[in-house]
Write a protein that binds this ligand. Structure first.
Ligand code: F6R
Length: 608
């Protein structure tokens, strides 16, 4: 997730407006910033790593000349957050500049081809190929800039929203979209393109939504929309946006948490665009390891717990999930050169996780990282790391970053399984296909179950305590459901592997005690039904998260939430966590709490 902005103004300088607009997009990414304008047939460009205010203090972003320009605020996916990787990116001649939000999946192949034909690359980004491809297309054929961009995007695989500026046609900004968001603004004084409405809301409330597969030409004459596949013109009038600036940053959602829950189909799609060689490299390290510790805190620990089942079931690799805050006490003396640590941290800055990593590193263990923040401390101390590509998460409670972590860990387990010959090609294809469908499944759950979850929250809002139970990998889902409900709705909750409940916790149960069961149709389904019966016999109110068509469990439940059927056990925590996130959110609202800023909690816990 990054923020892009572009404008063609009739009067006034573009740079100060681009700078101000990027500030409103900073929630989409903030590790580097850049602006390019065009004036006197020359491209003017300033960029650097760092937050917008810091870069502005250093470079003065406002004094670039000209009334046409593009800008970018970055959330690194390919290449560290360094000046050289900051956008805009140029072609060999410096006459074409591009800003991009998204991930170009086939950039390595394209880059190789371009390098072989003489193009000189300076950055490690996927974006730079776009500038060179436009250059190549302009050299090869006598095309307009818009047609060269059109030809270029046809060869891109993956997601993009781009804005292009070139001295070839210095009066235009060309944009195109596939999957990554793009919207136009229209005012008396000009036209604008942006990742998000807040970027131009201070200058206009007239917006034109851009669809996938569309290319736009911005000029003094206004905007022209064309379909990428056949160049046909699309006529679309602006609509009036009546959001306040605060609503606009949240794209009309009342809170970041619910916005981020709804973003999960898109963020999960991004995790499926992971660079293959990182997955291969990490799975090679895991394959060679003598012992593997999965180290993390909070929600990230729950992802590790689920991953321990994935690695064991798919790749026959035993791993030890460990709370980072306990790692030194528990394993500090025994961890050694033959140990491998896979540290999982959304922020990459959690003090307990970094302390565990430092301890293991001092004892010569191999450190692998999974994080959402490229450039974070975890990325710097890891031998190899993988960026989960979820975009910034603003709500304190982790939601989209959890499901993305799970998706990456599942892909690692699958790869390792293949490497170890533990899975047939057919099984592998089947699991990969189901992983591909997960974004749609999560979308369906949100579309069909959100209202039901809202009613559940209303019904159970006065319950003083909740019990979350699951078996096998669903234990991790149960733990995560409990953490979400506790941290944002402030409802004390308990979670156990369902089989453990009768060894103590069941004594709490009395009439009406709400027990949430996580019920994928896996090998433990029959046994889980026994656990449900135990609770029911003691008067518990059963709330089950079930697969569609699971009539047996539905008949035993007081309430149920359904997820689509046929989800393989090893990836079930991804869809099954979503109703629990929604439940925590709506329960917090019922109780009058702001889910985005739970008391006593910080987004990144940088103290031990
Ligand atoms: C819960 C939550 C926390 C974090 C934990 C680790 O919703 O967000 O439990 O998961 O503080 O944070 P990271 O993943 O940044 O290391």
């Amino acid at each position: 997730m990054c923020g892009i902005f572009g404008c063609v103004l009739k009067e006034g300088m573009a740079a100060p407006l681009i700078h101000a607009s990027l500030k409103t997009l900073e929630y989409r990414g903030y590790d580097s910033v850049g602006i390019a304008t065009i004036s006197n047939d020359k491209i003017w460009l300033k960029k650097d790593q760092g937050k917008i205010d810091d870069v502005h203090k250093l470079l003065n972003l406002d004094d670039l000349p000209g009334s046409i320009g593009i800008g970018h605020t970055r959330w690194a996916t390919h290449g560290a957050p360094l000046k050289v990787n900051a956008h805009p990116h140029s072609d060999c001649t410096g006459q074409i500049v591009v800003v991009h939000n998204g991930i170009i999946e086939n950039f390595s192949e394209l880059k190789l081809e371009l390098e072989n034909s003489g193009h000189n690359f300076v950055s490690k980004t996927d974006t730079e190929v776009i500038a060179h491809l436009i250059e190549a297309n302009l050299k090869r054929h006598p095309l307009s800039l818009a047609d060269a961009v059109l030809e270029t995007v046809k060869s891109l695989e993956g997601s993009y929203a781009i804005a292009v500026l070139s001295t070839k046609e210095p009066d235009k900004v060309i944009c195109a979209r596939n999957e990554s968001p793009l919207v136009l603004g229209v005012s008396e004084n000009g036209v604008y393109c942006a990742s998000d409405i807040p970027a131009f809301l201070p200058v206009t409330n007239k917006a034109v939504m851009i669809n996938n597969g569309e290319l736009i030409i911005l000029s003094q004459a206004g905007y022209e929309i064309r379909k990428i596949n056949d160049s046909s013109i699309v006529v679309r009038e602006p609509e009036i946006i009546d959001w306040t600036p605060e609503m606009a940053v949240k794209q009309g959602y009342p809170h970041f948490m619910i916005k981020e829950i709804h973003e999960q189909p898109a963020t999960l799609r991004n995790t499926l665009r992971m660079q293959e060689h990182y997955l291969d490299l990490i799975s090679t390290f895991l394959d060679r390891a003598n012992e593997v510790f999965l180290v993390a805190c909070g929600t990230s620990y729950h992802a590790c717990l689920a991953a321990s089942y994935m690695f064991s079931k798919l790749a026959f690799l035993p791993t030890y999930p460990v709370y980072a805050s306990e790692f030194i006490e528990q394993h500090g003396k025994s961890v050694n050169i033959d140990s491998t640590i896979l540290a999982v941290s959304q922020s990459g800055e959690t003090a307990d996780t970094l302390a565990a990593v430092t301890c293991a590193q001092q004892r010569a263990a191999t450190i692998l990282g999974l994080t959402n923040v490229i450039g974070s401390t975890l990325t710097r101390v890891s031998r190899v790391y993988i960026g989960q590509q979820s975009g910034p998460e603003i709500g304190v409670a982790a939601t989209k970053t959890f499901t993305s972590q799970l998706s990456v860990l599942a892909q690692l387990a699958l790869r390792l399984s293949k490497k170890r010959g533990k899975i047939s090609q057919d099984e592998m294809d089947d699991l990969e296909e189901r992983l591909e469908h997960l974004p749609d499944i999560v979308d369906t759950i949100i579309q069909t179950q959100e209202e039901k979850v809202k009613h559940l929250a209303e019904k159970y809002k006065d319950s003083r305590v909740f019990f979350f139970l699951g078996r096998g990998i669903s234990t991790a889902t149960a733990f995560e459901g409990r953490l979400k409900l506790m941290e944002i709705a402030y409802i004390p909750s308990i979670a156990f592997p369902a089989g453990e409940s009768k060894h103590g916790p069941i004594s709490l149960v009395e009439k009406g005690f709400p027990v949430i069961f996580i019920c994928p149709k896996d090998d433990s389904h029959k046994t889980l039904i026994g656990n449900i019966m135990e609770m029911k016999a003691r008067g518990a109110s059963i709330i089950a998260i079930v697969e569609e068509g699971d009539e047996e469990i539905k008949a035993l439940s007081d309430d149920f939430i359904e997820v689509p059927k046929g989800i393989p056990e090893v990836i079930s925590p991804i869809p099954f966590a979503v109703p629990l996130q929604l439940l925590a959110y709506y329960m917090a609202l019922e109780k009058g709490h702001n889910p985005d800023t739970p008391r006593n909690l910080a987004k990144s816990v940088t103290v031990k």
